[in-house]
Write a protein that binds this ligand. Structure first.
Ligand code: SF4
Length: 710
């Protein structure tokens, strides 16, 4: 594969720079260097770790893209026009002051993203709580990992995606992947599963026969929305077949009896009737995991993005606990975090219910600690706000915010029930979007602020194994753009904050973040940029104590080896039961629609759709469907189809795939306009995590030209 290049000059002072990919949470290492006079070349830093996927190889292309925004834009007479930074930022600050004076601080909301660096996520949360005084702040990570995070907190007392180093997976004989398709979403990850694949120990749970499922020894394809029942069935099989780890359950857990009382009613034959997964395959899955010397259960979005997502992940954790996997070297449960800084982004305060260090905003001690670092009274900090979809849904309503500031997110494409979200954005008095390109959300804004890209700024991210990484600036930003930190600094000062309270230098912000996180669950106080520059591999928590400061000390690569994080040191089984999807198919909408990602695109596609190599490979939305289902709808391969649901219709080209279940259609969610998969997705929320049910809703299929009664 050829390395993609940018056409913009690199920093005169910079040669080759070791950094990390801008996309997913695997955060593959890459070296950026000049190739010839005026371009940036990407190459993998550690080919033995799987190299880079196509997105990573092409990452530099966007650095010199003509689609790049390089001047602020303000809406004038209905259209966006170029403006100076002074005009744009002045307008934003003035309107915020007017709206706040009129309707109070909660009338202004902030929406962040899981791609923001730790420093940006931290300063954004502080900006919301201190400069704006609003409780209305949340971020798109609520859509991604929040169910796994809540389930991990409930089970273990702490959430870190993988509570062990990624490389531990290389020793695994068996791995169960529930709702994960890394062969497309993060291909280099598969290099860590080679042993399990060679040993016939890879089990994949997915309604589709994905490229990952193709590599599995056992592919379990449940009816969409029945993952929880399947997990109960495998748990049941493990216990009934005498595979329960009595010693581990007795010594290190509580709640088994209550969980078993529910699971006892889910024997594999009953589960087969609900999920379609053969009872024998459930028993085989239990046997593969139990008989392996080293085994892991890993969950991802496919099993998490449900209105019962927390309980579904809880059911997979129950299985892992029953087999004695968590808290032991060489085995465990983990969540495959998706977004680039999905882990760090949920730790440092841009979430509606959190303060930095993974502290709860309703905890008086946490409020006092963070308020002390910020130099404000604890009583001045607002309480918890609305979760992401609830916040978007409330915009422009009588009780909801009338202004919104968006950083690193494109909710017009990525939020569920996206037509409703676009309608709410249009009802705002002020929409401000900071982005690198004119995304679909930026197009709807009153003010657009052009910002720097990953390779043009320094910052830290925390990858899927809880390891803090330094992403390095490799080239100068184009004239006219600012970093998010500079934007927040400028706005805070215009809103009357002392300049030193909102530093724009990322290392200074990180130093403050360390203090704010000290003593919290995600303690970064012992991490310094100097240690990261020196190449130290630090997994949080890294307290500031002397034992953690020894050179070469790795922080806490493996959590829970001695005890879990609950006060009694024990993990909790969860008594969870199967409920099914919030919107099951019926006569009018007889098919399940499921959504997901493709190899070439990332999230809303705002970046990857603008990279020619990636766009050319997958230029538009498609719908995967079984040939018989297509035929019944009057469609053939390559035809234009409408996927119609209760909230809208999606236009997509038919791809007939014989391995698809006849009752399921699959839509990738990277495309805009009438091709948005989220026009049909269901915003039904998990009651605990408030994560929407992206992964299953009811639809019907018809030729695109046919008039649909809605
Ligand atoms: S797997 Fe993820 S981090 Fe690695 S190159 Fe691909 S998108 Fe980038």
């Amino acid at each position: 594969m050829s390395a993609a290049t940018s056409t913009r000059p690199a920093d005169a002072t910079v040669g080759a720079v070791d950094t990390h990919c801008p996309y997913c949470a695997l955060q593959c290492g890459m070296t950026l260097s000049r190739a010839g006079r005026a371009s940036v070349r990407v190459r993998p830093r550690d080919p033995s770790a799987g190299g880079l996927c196509q997105k990573g190889w092409a990452a530099a292309a966007l650095l010199g893209s003509p689609a790049r925004l390089t001047t602020p834009l303000v809406r004038d007479g209905g259209a966006l026009r170029p403006a100076s930074w002074d005009e744009a930022a002045g307008l934003v600050a003035r309107r915020i002051k007017e709206i706040t004076a009129d309707r109070g601080p909660d009338a202004v909301a902030v929406f962040g993203g899981g791609g923001l660096t730790n420093e940006k996520a931290y300063l954004l949360g502080k900006f919301a709580r201190v400069a704006l005084g609003t409780s209305q702040v949340d971020y798109n990570g609520r859509f991604c990992m929040s169910s796994a995070a809540a389930a991990a907190h409930r089970a273990f007392g702490l959430d870190r995606g993988l509570p062990f180093p990624l490389t531990d997976l290389e020793g695994a004989d068996a791995v169960l992947l529930a709702g994960a398709n890394p062969a497309e979403t993060m291909p280099p990850f598969l290099s860590h599963l080679r042993r399990a694949m060679d040993a016939g120990g890879l089990i994949v749970v997915d309604p589709r026969r994905t490229p990952t499922a193709e590599r599995a020894a056992l592919h379990l394809a449940p009816v969409p929305g029945t993952d929880l029942a399947l997990a109960l069935g495998i748990f049941h099989a493990a216990v009934a077949d005498g595979r329960l780890d009595h010693g581990f359950v007795g010594d290190r857990t509580t709640g088994f009896d209550e969980a078993w009382r529910v699971a006892a009613a889910w024997w594999p034959e009953r589960v087969e009737r609900v999920t379609g997964v053969a009872a024998a395959d459930q028993r085989r899955a239990a046997a593969i995991l139990a008989e392996a010397a080293s085994a892991y259960v890993l969950t991802a979005r496919g099993t998490e993005q449900h209105s019962t997502g927390v309980d579904t992940v809880g059911a997979w954790i129950n299985l892992a606990l029953a087999l004695g996997l968590p808290g032991r070297r060489g085995s465990g449960w983990g969540c495959l975090t998706g977004q680039g800084n999905g882990q760090g982004g949920r730790e440092h305060g841009q979430k509606a219910d959190q303060l930095p260090g993974y502290r709860r905003i309703d905890d008086p001690a946490a409020r006092a600690h963070v308020a002390g670092v910020w130099g404000v009274e604890p009583s001045a900090l607002p309480g918890p706000g609305r979760s992401a979809f609830e916040l978007l849904d409330a915009l422009g309503t009588p009780d909801g915010p009338s202004a919104l500031l968006v950083f690193a997110s494109n909710p017009v494409v990525s939020a569920p029930h996206s037509a409703r979200v676009a309608e709410r954005l249009a009802a705002l008095d002020l929409l401000v979007v900071a982005d690198i390109v004119l995304s679909e959300t930026a197009r709807a804004a009153d003010v657009v602020l052009p910002i720097t890209q990953w390779a043009e700024e320094d910052g830290t991210l925390t990858n899927l194994e809880g390891r803090v990484l330094l992403r390095r600036r490799a080239l100068a930003p184009p004239p006219g753009v600012r970093t998010d930190l500079e934007v927040l600094h400028d706005l805070a000062v215009r809103l009357g904050q002392p300049p030193e309270r909102f530093p724009a230098d990322p290392e200074t912000v990180f130093t403050e973040l360390r203090a704010a996180s000290e003593g919290g669950p995600a303690d970064y106080s012992g991490v310094t940029w100097d240690r990261l520059r020196a190449g130290e591999r630090l997994h949080w928590p890294v307290p500031a104590g002397p034992e953690f400061r020894r050179p070469g000390h790795q922080g806490t690569p493996r959590l829970f080896l001695d005890r879990f994080a609950h006060p009694d040191g024990r993990a909790r089984f969860a008594a969870v039961d199967h409920k099914g999807p919030a919107e099951p198919p019926d006569e009018e909408f007889p098919l399940y629609a499921i959504t997901g990602r493709v190899l070439q695109h990332y999230q809303s596609g705002a970046q990857t759709r603008r990279v020619e190599e990636l766009r050319a490979a997958v230029p538009e939305a498609y719908v995967e469907v079984h040939p018989d289902t297509a035929q019944r709808a009057g469609l053939r391969d390559g035809a234009a189809a409408a996927v119609v649901g209760r909230r809208g219709r999606v236009l997509a080209t038919v791809r007939c795939v014989p391995s698809m279940r006849p009752d399921v259609v699959f839509l990738p969610f990277h495309f805009p306009g009438a091709q948005r998969a989220n026009l049909v997705t269901n915003p039904a929320l998990d009651p605990v995590s408030r994560m929407p049910e992206f992964k299953v809703c009811a639809v019907r299929l018809s030729p695109a030209g046919e008039r649909e009664a809605q």
